[in-house]
Design a protein around this ligand. Structure first.
Ligand SMILES: [Zn+2]
Ligand SMILES: [Zn+2]
Ligand SMILES: [Zn+2]
Length: 360
């Protein structure tokens, strides 16, 4: 659900926007002194409502500002998620909001104008909410595109077919142009209630990570739709028979939005230089999937091989290559494509880290 684009709710501080909770106490402004009420009213540029409240830190700042006559606006809690007001103290619980990200436009709709300049990062759940909204908008745009096409084609049987859109693959086109029958790709069912392994009876809890979708698409010509899920067993099992997904699927009909998504996966796979250090640090599920251990365990291992700093330029990436090779058994070529290095570099890095473990 998107947050309503209204002014701050009464359960949040009207100044710093933190959400009131056990360790963040609410101070009703109706009970504050006239001087405090006047100053906060100036800061938030509006008359106060009866339910308006500030957090205890902001109240202290307000009182201090009045005493020292320093009336510049300051915030009690700075390191929070502005859209939802949750305390986001640790880096792995937040996501930066880059100026050129589509998500930023969505998030800005959730903020009041005076909050915009404070926006730097959001909590992971707000980021996911924004990502879903971006995807929904894309799908919506896509449906709109496709409604137009049958009208064009039906105008006259002699009229030339419109050229295919540059990002779409277009083999056999079916009936109302709503689906495309692919000859070399198959896909998982568009279902959020079943694991992508069709016969699996586990409850699928996890959205399929993009890095895994790219692997399935590029290595096995198997597309995983956006809503599809995988069970935790199959996500963590390093020896899955991924190619069985293709052979077990009989679904080769793709909708337009699935085609768009497929193309963007191929594109991101081709363009992305994996920042593996950031991925494993910020996504515990992926860290476990790729390396077979948690990020904490990863850091503990790194400390155990201090000599690695003298041997390689990026110790974390090197250790990640080593662990991923052990955990997934992927070929050097496959790892090379993930880490965007030569296969020989993967082999050399693996041996260096192995030696580091031996000498310690
Ligand atoms: Zn506050
Ligand atoms: Zn949030
Ligand atoms: Zn499963």
């Amino acid at each position: 659900m998107d947050l309503p684009s209204t002014a701050p709710l009464p359960d949040r501080c009207v100044n710093c926007a933190v959400r009131f909770q056990r360790n963040v106490r609410r101070q009703l402004l109706s009970e504050a002194t006239a001087a405090v009420r006047k100053l906060i009213s100036v800061w938030i540029s509006r008359e106060l409502d009866p339910l308006d409240a500030v957090c205890d830190k902001c109240l202290t700042i307000l009182q201090d500002s009045i005493q020292t006559t320093n009336t510049l606006r300051r915030y009690g809690y700075g390191n929070i998620c502005i859209p939802c007001g949750s305390l986001a103290l640790r880096a792995h619980q937040t996501h930066d909001v880059p100026v050129d990200a589509s998500e930023r436009n969505i998030i800005l709709q959730w903020l009041s104008p005076d909050e915009v300049e404070r926006l730097q990062h959001v909590c992971m759940s707000c980021w996911m909410r924004a990502t879903r909204a971006v995807q929904r908008n894309r799908q919506h745009d896509d449906k709109r595109d496709f409604k137009i096409q049958p009208i064009d084609a039906g105008d006259s049987s002699n009229s030339p077919q419109p050229p295919p859109k540059p990002t779409r693959v277009e083999p056999a086109i079916h009936g109302a142009l709503s689906t495309i029958n692919m000859t070399n790709y198959k896909r998982a069912a568009s279902s959020n209630s079943k694991c992508i392994f069709r016969l699996c009876k586990n409850v699928p809890k996890v959205l399929v990570p993009t890095i895994l979708k790219e692997k399935l698409l590029t290595d096995h010509s198997f597309y995983v739709p956006q809503c599809a899920r995988i069970c935790k067993y199959h996500l963590k099992e390093p020896h899955n028979n991924w190619s069985s997904l293709y052979s077990a699927s009989n679904c080769s009909l793709f909708t337009a939005s699935q085609m768009d998504d497929l193309c963007s996966l191929l594109k991101s796979y081709a363009n992305r230089q994996y920042n593996i250090e950031s991925i494993i640090e910020h996504n515990s599920t992926l860290c476990n999937y790729l390396l077979g251990i948690t990020y904490c365990q990863f850091m503990e291992l790194l400390i155990k091989i201090p000599h690695i700093n003298e041997r390689v330029k990026s110790p974390k990436t090197s250790l990640a290559i080593y662990l991923m090779k052990l955990h997934t058994g992927d070929t050097n070529e496959r790892l090379a494509s993930i880490f965007n290095v030569a296969a020989s570099t993967v082999a050399r890095t693996f041996n260096i880290v192995k030696q580091c473990f031996k000498t310690n």
